[in-house]
Design a protein around this ligand. Sequence first.
Ligand code: BES
Ligand code: MN
Ligand code: ZN
Length: 497
Amino acid sequence: MDIQFVAEGEGEAVAVMASAGGTLLPAAKALDEKSGGALTKAMKTQRFTGAANQVLDILAPHGLPYERVLVIGVGDAERADGLAVERWGGHAVRRTLASGAERLVLLPDALPQVPIADAAARAAFGARLAAYRFDRYRTKLKPEAKPSLKEVLVALEGHAAARSRYEKNAHVADGVFFARDLVSEPPNILFPAEFAKRLKALESLGLKVTVLGEAELKEHGMGALLGVGQGSVRETQLVVMEWQGAKTKTARPLALVGKGVTFDTGGISLKPGAGMDEMKGDMGGAAAVCGAMMSVAMRKAKANVVGLVGLVENMPDGEAQRPGDIVTSMSGQTIEVLNTDAEGRLVLADVVWYAQEKFNPTAVVNLATLTGAIITALGHEHAGLFCNDDDLAGAITTAASAEGEPVWRLPLGAGYDKMIDTPNADMKNISGKPAAGSIVGAQFIKRFIKDGVAWAHLDIAGTAWKPGPFDDPLSPAWATGYGVRLLNRLVASRYED
Ligand code: BES
Ligand code: MN
Ligand code: ZN
């Protein structure tokens, strides 16, 4: 699907804005007048109020050159922001993507908080995100279920300014799509080596990509990471993606670290069968990091950023690690593995340590689908944020809200840290108590963060993918790509020259 910015456009479908209280914005009002009040009439008969996410679908209105007019609510005009406009554009695409229409015209209007060039750019960005599908394995898709939409025309006066605004940010959508594809891929296709291969291909964007296999991981003493993969026939991999965009090439980077468990059976502490297929998405943290690295490279960010992902499959076989095993991490700290299903923290322990040893980063931000408990606490609305630095936490929270990928900060503390003490080793990988599960996971990772390093952990188990119905127009499928936008904005707002 192509997006164009034009002064005026023609198409089968058109989308216009309305705000709360049933107010038609100027482009909508013009269509209403031209059609002898068709929009006003339809609003009344369908109790359309202009609330956010409300869509009024008018077929073949008299006197207009469109087969379909979509009046889409942005809610309270005073409060509507760029995200509301993205959703507006998203709804328009969602309604028309496979409708048979080939061209959709978007007629954005300025809002009190959103000047017209921004409104047009954000509407286009929303349209692009909403057009995402993962159809790779659907060989028998009926023609009428296939996307028909070929072109979205964003029509406004001053379209050139809107286009340049859109283009500055359009690469972020590429990163989001990359992450969604990775999360959606089935686990027989996307195992660690295949994942690494797809990351190696990012070198064409100017990233330096290094892949470490099991022999090298062993040399580095990464017993925690290797233990997770020892029951799998797939080789564990650590992939490092370096972007040097800062003026000073040697400036300390920001390190982004992702949990990349390409499938989590639980290992010998086997998970129940129902819904286990969802654990193909247990590499959502790694996907977010990779999508963000892609975006950062494509838009040539003026910052030094390094992305590291631990790629591993957690399987139960004769070689698998057992509950009770004690492994030695790269940091030298020993871990009693009491539950092989608490494997994400074992992966991160070695990858965050390696990141600090090798790159001396100013900050480490890790993302992981770490705990089911974060879904109990926050549902699918917020990711959990754990952070040892208030400035970093503030920057992440602000970036997250601005991008519609919200986080909620949860506490850390000595009392929680104590819960992973064990007489048998330096620590154990679970507390064994049904309490504060997400915080305990965070405390575990924190034991591998060096003093003086700013660190944040995002538990994205509830946000990397979402169960249907999919009411977010910007994320039409199961995999959301959560984290890419947030990380990209964090880089832009806090780490660029
Ligand atoms: N990958 C899971 C967490 C998860 C659960 C992600 C649901 C997405 C949806 C993780 O490896 C795990 O199994 N965690 C355990 C930890 C427990 C054993 C302390 C959990 O949440 O039950
Ligand atoms: Mn697990
Ligand atoms: Zn897991």
